[in-house]
Write a protein that binds this ligand. Structure first.
Ligand code: NAD
Length: 357
């Protein structure tokens, strides 16, 4: 229930009076196995009580591993009164319907990115959270990476001045090396994924740029192609972004980076240049226009090959217990989604596209 007069405060029905939040994880694929399940298991205020996957043996395996009940139908898990909060770790086309159903069933929801497949779906999710008074958080984990937090702190200390231009990239070898279904993955099918590398990786960078610059994207020009994968979604996209401040930048997302990965961001500012996650040793490097250089070991940025604790689950659990809005509520997920929706439109029309307001 929303506390009247303060839309950012929540009463946490169900969590009050219990020492541990009872969790259900819906989808037992790669993101659930690498991040959600181990991070809930590592959080002393959370207890995994149920898991769900349409593939029965995946649900059974995770239920065994975490001492939870196994479901193959998410609707049944949502009817379980013992469950207070769920993670939605499903293919993109299911995010909205499962999230709305979970909120209507009175569960808090941590939903994976991209939040939804359309602005309308995102709005329905936000509205369902408002009506239920339950928390809706979107798992944009780039914000919690130590290098990005450090970069943001340095950027806003003022010494660098305004960001004038930037380039940000997220690329790896493709979801066949990640998804639990390998080369047969839903990631390659438009009906389930709705978008390719842009939604898998580009949305992370859209979110990062908005958050890092504390600025909104005004318009986007994009080219998208399927260069390598047997997919009916793009495996590469190159976008040019114009921010509301006037800053210009490029955002690229690729599933054809062989070997390795690139998760870097470069900011060209009035008084210097900042390189983030571009050097294996120093995750933040700043060259100032007076000749000074700072090199900071801020902690590794997570890659598919090298997973680090995301911070997302801990933030979700803490926000519920604290009765506060999360760091990444539905409206933030929707704003980042809208950047990739505009990029998709631009790739189709061949024109720059404004963000829908
Ligand atoms: N935040 C991140 O860094 C990050 C990284 C990777 C993936 N993701 C996101 O996480 C989500 C899941 O991706 P993944 O990599 O785990 O995919 P995956 O292919 O590894 O796993 C998906 C799982 O969902 C199950 N599933 C499909 N339909 C279902 C249904 N109706 N009910 C229950 N289970 C169902 C499948 O059987 C499979 O086990 C996607 O939205 C993806 O974009 C986020």
């Amino acid at each position: 229930m929303l506390v009247s007069g303060d839309p950012t405060r929540y009463h946490v029905r169900g969590a009050i009076g219990v020492s541990r939040l009872h969790i259900g994880v819906i989808g037992c694929g790669s993101i659930a196995r690498h991040r959600h399940l181990p991070e809930y298991a590592g959080n002393p205020r959370a207890e995994i009580r149920a898991v769900c996957d349409v593939v029965q043996h995946r649900a059974a395996e995770m239920a065994d591993a975490y001492g939870a009940r196994a479901y193959t139908d998410y609707a049944e898990l949502l009817r379980d009164p013992d469950i207070q909060a769920v993670s939605v770790c499903l293919p993109n086309d299911l995010h909205a319907q499962v999230t709305v159903a979970a909120l209507q069933a009175g569960k808090h929801v941590l939903c994976e990115k991209p939040m939804a497949t359309s602005r309308q779906e995102a709005q329905e999710m936000i509205e369902a959270a408002r009506r239920s008074g339950k928390l809706l958080m979107i798992a944009h984990n780039q914000r919690f990476m130590a290098a990005h937090a450090k970069a943001k702190q340095m950027l806003h200390s003022g010494r660098l001045g305004a960001v004038l231009t930037f380039r940000t990239t997220f690329s790896h070898g493709g979801p066949e090396g990640w998804s639990i279904d390998g080369a047969e993955s839903w990631f390659f099918r438009k009906a389930e994924a709705f978008v390719g590398a842009l939604g898998d990786l580009g949305v992370h960078k859209a979110d990062l740029v908005r958050w890092l610059l504390e600025d909104e994207v005004a318009s986007v020009s994009a080219f998208a192609s399927t260069l390598e994968k047997p997919a009916d979604v793009e495996d590469n996209v190159v976008c040019v972004l114009r921010m509301q401040s006037g800053a210009l930048g490029t955002l690229t997302a690729s599933w054809t980076h062989h070997p390795g990965e690139d998760n870097s961001t470069h900011l060209y500012c009035e008084h210097g240049v900042m390189h983030v996650a571009a050097d294996p040793l120093y995750q933040v490097i700043v060259h100032y226009d007076n000749g000074d250089t700072e090199r900071i070991e801020a902690g590794q940025v997570a890659t598919n090959e090298s997973q680090t604790a995301s911070g997302v689950v801990d933030e979700f659990v803490d926000a519920i217990f604290s009765g506060r809005e999360s760091a990444i509520p539905g409206a933030e997920g929707m704003a980042s989604l809208q950047v990739i929706l505009a990029a998709l439109r631009s790739a189709q029309t061949g024109r720059a596209e404004s963000i829908d307001s």
